[in-house]
Ligand binder design. Structure first.
Ligand SMILES: CC(=O)[C@@H](O)[C@H](O)COP(=O)(O)O
Ligand SMILES: NCC(=O)COP(=O)(O)O
Length: 237
């Protein structure tokens, strides 16, 4: 079975656009779990333009499913994760000014750094995952860091699939097969959506978890808008 972890960054982005506390990210996390999500993902960035470090603390007592915190392991991020001890930390090599995640780790070049960081998290009992491009050498490199899992960076697949190129799944399938054979757990994320998730799942052996935010929140707006417009119309009769 593949677990669905809902990334709630976009809820914080919407909240921050107005100040105040609407929508409330803690309530949203409670609700997605009540509706069946098997995890909650956040990805605090250094500028805290969406989810804030304080949100990570506020969410800790309410996330009773898997709590996954993603980010670049800069000292401030490491201190927070080591203190909060979520279920999983996903390491992502974000540039400070990146609009969103745009590459996986070079697990070979960064091996010593990753080994050190991963050991610190594992000492606290936190499961580790490394965000990687679908490249067999990077999967082997990930294995050498001691990480528990990898997260396949799915933007390229999602883009190509939307253009009708189903062959774009092939490197992902091969990487998942290699990861399985090496004893690495396989997660995936970035631009997964209602359009592509079933095809992706069917072609990825041993897919343990997907984290989905941007499309899931956009789809929730589209699928909810008719209902809400009619609720307003009823109140205006
Ligand atoms: C690692 C990954 O793909 C997601 O965490 C994604 O980057 C979400 O972050 P944003 O909400 O900042 O786009
Ligand atoms: N790890 C991927 C994630 O959390 C969500 O990415 P996206 O669905 O917002 O692209």
């Amino acid at each position: 079975m593949t677990k669905l972890s809902v990334n709630i960054n976009k809820i914080a982005t919407l909240r921050n656009s107005r100040g105040g506390d609407i929508p409330n990210v803690v309530q949203f996390a409670k609700d997605v779990q009540r509706f069946g999500a098997e995890g909650v993902t956040i990805h605090p960035r250094p500028d805290e333009r969406h989810i804030r470090y304080q949100d990570a603390y506020d969410l800790k007592p309410v996330v009773y499913t898997e709590y996954n915190i993603e980010g670049n392991p800069i000292p401030k991020f490491m201190d927070m994760v080591l203190e909060l001890q979520p279920t999983q930390v996903t390491l992502v090599p974000d540039a400070v000014d990146a609009i969103t995640s745009n590459s996986g780790w070079d697990t070979i070049k960064n091996k010593d750094f990753l080994v050190d960081v991963i050991n610190q998290f594992k000492d606290k009992g936190i499961r580790t995952s490394i965000f990687v491009d679908p490249d067999l050498k990077q999967i082997e490199g990930a294995k050498a860091t001691g990480t528990d899992r990898i997260e396949l960076y799915t933007e390229a697949f999602a883009h190509q699939y939307s253009l009708g190129n189903q062959k774009a799944i092939e490197p992902y399938t091969k990487c998942a097969e290699l990861a399985n054979s090496l004893g690495l757990g396989v997660n995936a994320g970035h631009d997964l959506s209602l359009d592509n998730i079933q095809f992706f799942k069917q072609h990825i052996p041993g897919l343990l978890e997907v984290s989905i935010g941007h499309a899931l929140i956009a789809e929730s707006l589209y699928l909810g808008i008719e209902n809400v417009v009619n609720m307003y119309k009823n109140k205006l009769k």
